[in-house]
Design a protein. Structure first.
Length: 324
């Protein structure tokens, strides 16, 4: 039986052969990462600028038309390996000093649901992990669910990483093919940033547990925490949180370094916990709701424990996690 033997357990591994004492990012790598990260994270700003420039620039008009034409192309998830291994993503990992740790070996012959936290203003941690899926999860087939809004423009960025819109149908379909990563907090967590504490949305989120129980995944639910992800970007005003959740769209201004939609170069550390077993049950079974509640409670407690086990190593000894 194959397992994640390439990843030493309970040891922090820095991506791309780096270590905690590695030299700073080169000027070229830094420039590439700043420009590309700003373009991607601030994509709506780019589209607005192109639209406003169309009145006096044929080049801007042509570029905008080319971008809009991509809406006509299919968006089937293809897990394009060459795309995920692009050198541009390496500059991103260097920019965030990306590192990871596994607490337990996982079996590539089983299906898992990876529940990732926090979403933050932008789920950079899960994205960076996706670019290393072939390194961290050899022999696995892992898909991911994402908000439908990311499949407009630039839609293929997400599909090439194996993502599909987050619907119950897609969730179940992908579990029949392999494992699935889910960012549970969504829009709600985009407005929960703080300089002194971590806050995530989980107590009212049981949908992923219901799917896991009904499908009877044999690997279990795996809690994942991305330390640092909540600090790379900020949202203003946070008072728009309730309306944004109702409209399923983030109504706020994203800002980071230099007041631009450029992420701050905060270290991101992904910690993958131990699988939580799930018993398969149908909705009509008498013990179904009890099983959903049991598993959901375990996910909450295990995620809290996972955070507490590793926060000191990350330098967050005095930064508490609040689960809402």
């Amino acid at each position: 039986m194959q397992s994640l033997t390439s990843n030493p357990l309970n040891i922090r591994v820095y991506s791309d052969g780096k270590d905690k004492n590695s030299s700073t990012q080169s000027s070229f790598s830094f420039a590439v990462s700043v420009v590309t990260l700003t373009l991607y994270c601030g994509w709506l700003h780019v589209l607005l600028l192109l639209f406003l420039s169309c009145a006096f620039s044929r080049v801007a008009t042509a570029v905008l038309l080319v971008i809009l034409s991509t809406l006509l192309l299919p968006r089937k998830p293809v897990l394009w390996r060459e795309f995920n291994e692009s050198w541009v993503f390496r500059t991103w990992r260097e920019y965030f000093s990306f590192s990871y740790l596994f607490e337990e070996n996982l079996d590539p012959n089983k299906s898992y649901v990876f529940v990732e936290f926090p979403h933050g203003v932008f789920p950079m941690g899960p994205l960076l992990a996706g670019t290393l899926v072939n390194v961290m999860f050899p022999d696995f087939k892992i898909f991911s669910l994402a908000a439908s809004s990311v499949f407009t423009i630039p839609r293929h960025f997400s599909t090439w990483m194996g993502s599909v819109p987050a619907t119950s149908g897609n969730f179940r379909k992908l579990l029949s093919k392999g494992s699935v990563a889910v960012i549970v907090g969504g829009i709600a967590e985009m407005f929960m940033g703080s300089k002194t504490e971590e806050s995530i949305m989980l107590k009212t989120r049981k949908g992923f547990v219901r799917v896991a129980v009904e499908e009877g995944i044999d690997g279990g639910i795996v809690p994942v925490y991305h330390f640092g992800n909540s600090q790379i970007l900020s949202f203003w005003p946070q008072s728009n949180a309730t309306l944004s959740r109702k409209l399923r769209a983030a109504l706020a201004i994203m800002y980071g370094r230099w007041g631009l939609p450029t992420p701050r170069p905060e270290p991101i550390y992904m910690v993958t916990g131990r699988p939580i077993p799930v018993n398969k049950m149908a909705k009509t079974d008498s013990g179904y709701e009890a099983e959903v509640d049991r598993v959901h409670a375990l996910v909450i407690s295990e995620l809290q424990a996972l955070y507490d086990r590793h926060k000191t190593e990350f330098g967050w000894k005095d930064r508490p996690l609040f689960i809402q």
